[in-house]
Ligand binder design. Structure first.
Ligand code: ADP
Ligand code: MG
Length: 258
């Protein structure tokens, strides 16, 4: 089975409220890097919440590796999907290494295993995540003393330590400087995992994603290779701006005006 994720006519809204996400269908083959773009409030984070099993669809279904995600336990889901979210813990007394070790929890016997006693195999996986995210020098620092960008890298490292098959990220480049943005995006590409990430930066999306999904007012507006999904016409609808796209270079460049 090549489709790791399938959404079939998914709608969601909060109780006693109209639908916020409307009739979204999509399927993602293994190994694809997918960027989700759209204006503020378009429903991007809501869509991700349904995919990491935080919210249950009002109608339609979310299938992970061929199974309805709501027939899997939270723990079974966490062995397949890891999420890097915008909200980060701020009051943690834990060290960077301990936070990353939390990513191993879904793989241990019993949820209650002590954070301080990962096994040898776990330690190697945690070391690898620290190295990949350029965090080795700060592995013993308290999480609460890190900058926003450093924290973001820790949250990605925790997700990598979870050894997911599907990695979901909500605006992961937000707090990162340019170098770390580019490093993160090429790391995500090189993982060989299926990646679903919301991105504000359309240039990054066009450069690094195999496929772009544009959401507009809770619906899929476009879904395809970056060139098609991020056309002038789609951008005009999605962002209510006029745009010009320079496609003469190796990656498209976007220019916007009102
Ligand atoms: P995006 O991530 O694209 O900026 P969101 O998915 O966060 O957008 O939100 C889409 C819309 O749904 C917004 O208007 C938001 O206020 C609304 N929304 C999201 N979750 C809830 C909720 N639990 N209750 C009420 N409104 C919500
Ligand atoms: Mg959002």
């Amino acid at each position: 089975m090549t489709e790791i994720l399938m959404l079939d006519r998914v709608s969601w809204g909060p109780p006693r409220h109209r639908d916020i996400l409307k009739d979204v269908s999509l399927s993602v083959p293994r190994g694809q890097v997918v960027a989700i773009c759209g204006a503020n409030g378009a429903g991007k984070s809501t869509l991700l919440r349904l995919i990491y099993r935080f919210q249950r669809p009002r109608s339609g279904s979310v299938m992970l590796e061929g199974k309805d995600i709501w027939e899997l336990s939270a723990r079974e889901t966490a062995r397949i999907v890891a999420a890097v979210l915008q909200e980060q813990p701020t009051d943690f007394a834990l060290s960077v290494r301990q936070i990353i070790a939390l990513g191993r929890l879904p793989h241990r016997r019993g949820w209650g295993a002590a954070v301080s006693s990962p096994g040898l195999a776990d330690a190697a996986i945690i070391d690898d995540a620290l190295a990949r995210m350029d965090l080795k020098a700060m592995s013993d620092r308290r999480f609460s003393t890190l900058s926003g960008g450093e924290r973001q890298r820790v949250m990605v490292a925790r997700a990598l330590a979870q050894e997911p098959r599907l990695l979901v990220l909500d605006e992961p480049t937000n707090h990162l400087d340019i170098r770390h943005q580019l490093e993160l995006m090429s790391l995500l590409r090189g993982l060989g995992l299926t990646v679903l990430t919301t991105l504000h930066d359309l240039s990054l999306a066009a450069e690094f994603a195999d496929r772009v999904i544009v959401l507009h007012q809770g619906r899929l507006l476009s879904d395809g290779p970056p060139d098609e999904a991020l056309s002038e016409a789609h951008l005009a609808t999605a962002f209510n701006v006029r745009s010009r796209i320079d496609r003469s270079g190796s990656h498209p460049r976007f220019f916007f005006h009102l």
